[in-house]
Design a protein around this ligand. Structure first.
Ligand SMILES: [Ca+2]
Length: 355
């Protein structure tokens, strides 16, 4: 940033800029001007820039030449262009309105007031304040204008004619000057006068250093063991903290209850291999709960004459085949066998509507 301190937001979006020399790289050229080059403001006007003189005619010495005079105009243009964001209509409009004022500064006042931002926006228009000051009278922010809020927060209204100058501290800092560490943070000096607040280990509620051995108080879910705060294994508690249909997973500072596999009646972990017992209709086969095929048991579950047995997950159904009708304790044939419809195969489950 060219003078005036760091860029801070001010009403109208004016940015601190001074007349001190800066890079000439930004000088731009356009088509030849019908009139003398002059700054133009705003977002919708077309700037008239000095044309680049043909190389052969460019004066060898710059003194008193066309080159010097127009370069100085270009310098003003550059400075003014640096005052507002191109997209900030309000700021550019303000500059346009104050065109004469800016030209007066350029021609007569820039030696006495080299900081254009300070002279133009703060002193003359009284539209903003210098960085580190706030409010109608541009008073110093909490902690002083040099280093508001100890450098650890934002001064409300900083650089504007608004606000109350109080501090909004960055994460980890507290106090009217943002010079204290929040709970869960510890102070570590960065120099003789400055220090920063860094986050404690997750095991600590308060701490004096970065590890779980530096805790003042342990965080919830952690317990002091020897010199350190260590995770509590909530899952080892009796009775266990989760429901009968869940298993418990210990995590740092806490625990989670997860649903058992649907084939389990109680479980010790994830999936069908971790069941304590199986739900009805399932039995343990090679370590996991699997559906029992009741239809293939030696003891037939479907007892009515002619009826078919179909295995289902966790159960079975007994159904009269095609061409038969449900009657009490039996399936009654309603049309001659093989007449039209083929008998439903007992290995093919009937469709849902049939069930
Ligand atoms: Ca835990």
């Amino acid at each position: 940033a060219a003078g005036g301190g760091s860029a801070r937001p001010v009403p109208g979006g004016l940015r601190p800029v001074s007349a001190r020399p800066r890079s000439r790289g930004a000088v731009r050229f356009g088509p030849p001007c019908a009139r003398r080059p002059r700054p133009c403001w705003g977002c919708c006007c077309c700037c008239c820039r000095p044309a680049r003189p043909p190389r052969s005619r460019r004066p060898a010495s710059a003194a008193g030449s066309w080159w010097t005079s127009s370069t100085s105009e270009v310098r003003l243009l550059e400075i003014v262009e640096g005052l507002c964001e191109a997209s900030d209509f309000e700021c550019n409009q303000l500059l346009e309105e104050q065109e004469e004022l800016l030209e007066a500064w350029w021609l007569r006042l820039k030696k006495k007031h080299p900081d254009l931002f300070e002279w133009f926006c703060v002193q003359t228009l009284k539209a903003c304040c210098s960085p580190g000051t706030y409010g109608p009278d541009c008073l110093a922010c909490q902690g002083g204008s040099e280093r508001p809020c100890s450098g650890n927060g934002h001064c409300v209204g900083d650089g504007t004619r608004e606000g109350d100058g109080l501090c909004q501290c960055h994460l980890g800092y507290q106090g009217p000057l943002c010079s204290d560490c929040m709970d869960g943070y510890f102070r570590s000096p960065t120099s003789e006068t400055h220090s920063i607040c860094s986050a404690c280990d997750e095991a600590c509620k308060t701490c004096v250093g970065p590890t779980n051995r530096d805790c003042g108080q342990c965080e919830v879910g952690w317990v002091r063991q020897d010199d350190a705060c260590v995770d509590v294994d909530e899952c080892a508690a009796e009775p266990p903290p989760c429901e009968d249909t869940q298993y418990c997973e210990n995590v740092n500072g806490s625990f989670v209850c997860e649903e058992c596999d649907p084939t389990c009646m109680g479980c010790t972990g994830k999936g069908p291999t971790q069941c304590r017992e199986c739900i009805a209709g399932y039995s343990k086969e090679s370590g996991q709960c699997e559906d029992i095929d009741e239809c293939s048991l030696a003891e037939k579950p479907c007892l009515r004459d002619n009826e078919n047995c179909y295995n289902t997950p966790g159960s079975f159904v007994c159904v009269c085949p095609d061409g038969f009708e449900e009657a009490e304790d039996t399936c009654v044939q309603t049309r001659p066998a093989g007449a039209e419809a083929t008998e439903a195969s007992p290995t093919q489950p009937p469709s849902r509507e049939d069930l």
